[in-house]
Design a protein around this ligand. Structure first.
Ligand code: GLA
Length: 390
């Protein structure tokens, strides 16, 4: 009871503390990391461009607003280790250094995925497909390499990305064709054995609010646990839209994953405000569409009515996250500001999208204030309902 009372007080006090300022931002702007510090970790994806580019704003905004980072591409197998024995350590080292020097929760993304994995991983020197054992050895070498180089300076790894289809079936890929149906189990076995015990192990996927996928992921978690393998979290990629998924399905999924005995990470949150054609939901990055001006209506800025819709959508989503903050470890936005969002280039290249809380100039949008207000409302209500507080 005492803790229940202390948390809202700590929260209220924290909102009075001065916040680091970023040039050009409103004075006294609240920060997301202070706002949600008693609820969950709050992160942003930081790619190589944001880390090393001339524009300092993504680094400054990340340091001032967030207490966790996720890498864009720089730790994926292809960008990190494009050819046998050849490693691009530079961007990954800079990423880990940025996170640790700012005392952040640093995410590793991703050990094994069907995309952005070079062909050589699956072939021997003569181009012939490797055997199951050879591929398992290569997987182990990769995990051992990142474990030796980064250890627990990377706090959590997405071990497997997107290996269960929306219909609940295992995705057909070189991983399953060479290793077999126990590919996810083998990936977690290797991660269990090679990574330090305090590094959290996560299964990450899109469309995690769909019933069939949810049931399959819950079963996978149970199977891994039954085999004595550790899985600490599931990552629900939040590549969502103004109209869906429903808050009910988000809530139901958070409850289902939590009941299966893992922490929930909302890993890739953004709300697409641009039109989409049927069948373009989720985040299958191989799907691409042709350019079409009618599909890019907000080049001059987001109209006020849509700004409001976006703010309301974020408020509803965060109200749900706050209600289940005890089950949610982390909420990560896929990008720091609209300027750096991948949704400017997917599923159609070169559009102007507005999916995040900070606009193209890094300024807070109505959606930013909407999530801050959702938190104030939630904490004030909680204080009022606490019998000890009367
Ligand atoms: C998926 C991956 C991410 C990223 C996005 C698109 O969700 O998990 O790493 O590639 O697609 O930006």
């Amino acid at each position: 009871m005492r803790l229940i009372l202390i948390l809202p007080i700590a929260y209220l006090l924290s909102t009075l503390m001065p916040t680091p300022t970023v040039e050009g931002q409103p004075a006294g702007l609240p920060t997301l990391k202070e706002t949600f510090k008693s609820d969950f970790i709050i992160g942003a994806e930081l790619g190589n461009t944001e880390l090393t580019g001339e524009d300092p704003s993504p680094r400054e905004l990340t340091a001032s607003q967030f207490n966790s980072i996720s890498p864009g591409n720089l730790l994926k197998w292809g960008p990190f280790n494009p050819r046998p024995g050849e490693f691009n350590h530079g961007p990954a080292d800079a990423y880990v250094e940025f996170g640790t020097s700012h005392h952040m929760y640093v995410v590793g993304h991703v050990l094994f995925w069907h995309n952005q994995t070079p062909d050589w991983v699956f072939e021997d020197e003569s181009g012939k497909q490797v055997s199951r054992d050879q591929l398992l050895d290569r997987m182990r070498e990769r995990v051992r390499h990142v474990a030796q180089r980064y250890g627990n300076r990377i706090n959590a790894w997405d071990v497997v990305n997107e290996s269960i289809m929306d219909n609940g079936k295992l995705r057909d890929s070189p991983w399953t064709r060479i290793i077999g149906d126990d590919y996810i189990e083998q990936a977690f076995r290797i991660a269990n054995e090679e990574l330090p015990p305090d590094v959290e192990l996560i299964y990450n996927d899109y469309s995690m609010t769909g019933r069939l996928k949810r049931e399959a992921v819950v079963k996978m978690i149970q199977d891994l646990k039954q085999k004595g393998l550790r899985i600490d979290g599931v990552g629900m990629q939040g590549h969502w839209a103004l109209g869906g998924p429903s808050i009910e399905s988000i809530e139901e999924s958070i409850l289902a994953y939590s009941a299966a005995g893992v922490e929930v990470h909302i890993t890739e949150l953004d709300i697409d405000v641009l039109p989409r054609k049927a069948g373009m939901w989720g985040a299958d990055i191989r799907k691409k569409l042709e350019q079409d001006p009618a599909m890019d209506p907000y080049q001059a800025g987001l109209p006020e009515a849509v700004q409001k819709q976006l703010a309301q959508r974020y408020a509803d989503i965060f109200t749900c996250f706050l209600k289940h903050h005890d089950k949610i470890k982390r909420v990560t936005f896929w990008g720091v500001s609209d300027r750096y969002s991948w949704l400017n280039n997917w599923p159609i290249k070169g559009r102007t999208n507005h999916p995040l809380l900070l606009d193209r100039q890094g300024q807070p949008k109505p959606a930013f204030y909407a999530v801050i207000d959702a938190s104030k409302r939630y904490h004030l209500q909680n204080t009022a309902q606490d019998p000890d507080s009367q």
